[in-house]
Design a protein around this ligand. Structure first.
Ligand SMILES: C[S@@+](CC[C@H](N)C(=O)[O-])C[C@H]1O[C@@H](n2cnc3c(N)ncnc32)[C@H](O)[C@@H]1O
Length: 276
């Protein structure tokens, strides 16, 4: 019943050929980004954490040939896929550069706009990346990003806390609270901007609901296994995992019966800063 606990992610060329975050998760954040970005001609643009090419290729198509876009990512297989898409779409205004956003191969004051869709939660030291963005942006250049913030899947976490209490493991609640809170909020993300020499020019908070039939579907969903499962299983000892997830899954299923399914809220933040 809990065989998703055996899931092991393996990166490969084959994996990346079928991997599209865009249809479900990244798409919602990417649409928020595309909605609130100001698009101008003759811009040098960088997408940090461009992954398999979303929303980089969409933005390149919308900005057109007077603009030059660069996709920066450390993930080789994703970069290969992005390059294949660029070739297939016959776009000549994009270049993929395999490097870390901590050290980008651009001159000081050379870029007009930097974007990142769901990048900052993945960077080891986001504050260093923000400083690097400040270095490469022109004065008044913009850094615009989307990120998921606290409140993420709060309905799931509430059932998770109740399940830990039910099996007498309330001592583990603190660990789960820490995991839930690490995403930050509008204040903590704004701080990163301000400390790196940006003036906040726009913030938009929005949310969407991800619906699942029940907890069993949720815990077995490929993207949940890929993106989140290990951040929960790593909190607990191996001996406790079966008990915790059996009760959690059961409680999520009861919750779903009582609430017309498992409808999970995903808060989103669009935030844009201007280099001072
Ligand atoms: C959640 S994914 C987002 C991908 C894509 N922007 C999207 O919206 O689907 C985060 C990306 O950040 C990349 N990443 C992580 N650390 C990085 C770093 N230091 N420099 C550049 N990219 C990084 C990962 O390889 C991954 O592709």
């Amino acid at each position: 019943m809990t065989n998703y606990l055996d899931y092991q992610f393996e990166d490969s060329e084959t994996f990346i050929n079928t991997f599209d975050e865009a249809p479900l998760w990244s798409a919602s954040f990417g649409l928020l980004l595309l909605k609130h970005l100001e698009l101008k001609p003759n811009q040098f643009v960088v997408d940090i954490g461009s992954g398999a090419g979303f929303p980089l290729l969409e933005l390149a198509g919308r900005m057109g040939s007077s603009c030059k876009l660069f996709g920066i990512d450390t993930w080789n297989n994703a970069n290969q896929r992005a390059k294949q898409k660029i070739k297939d779409y016959n776009y000549s205004n994009i270049e993929i550069i395999e490097c870390s956003a901590h050290k980008m191969p651009f001159e000081n004051n050379s870029i007009d706009l930097i974007i990142s869709n769901l990048g900052i939660n993945n960077f080891d030291t986001p504050s260093d990346v923000f400083m690097e963005c400040n270095r490469v942006l022109k004065p008044k250049g913009k850094l615009a990003l989307t990120t998921n913030i606290n409140g993420h899947w709060k309905e799931f976490y509430q059932v998770f806390y109740a399940s830990l209490i039910q099996i007498g493991k309330s001592n583990l609640i603190e660990k789960l609270e820490h995991e839930e809170a690490h995403r930050g909020n509008i204040q903590s993300v704004s701080e990163l901007f301000i400390q790196s020499g940006f003036r906040i020019s726009k913030t938009i908070e929005d949310s969407f609901v991800m619906k699942f039939v029940d907890g069993t579907a949720f815990l077995n969903h490929h993207f949940v296994k890929l993106g989140w499962l290990s951040s929960w299983t790593n909190l607990f000892s191996k001996e406790d995992l079966q008990d915790i997830f059996t009760v959690l899954q059961n409680n999520l299923n009861i919750y779903s019966q009582e609430n017309d399914g498992l409808n999970l809220t995903v808060p989103m933040l669009f935030i844009e800063g201007e280099k001072q």
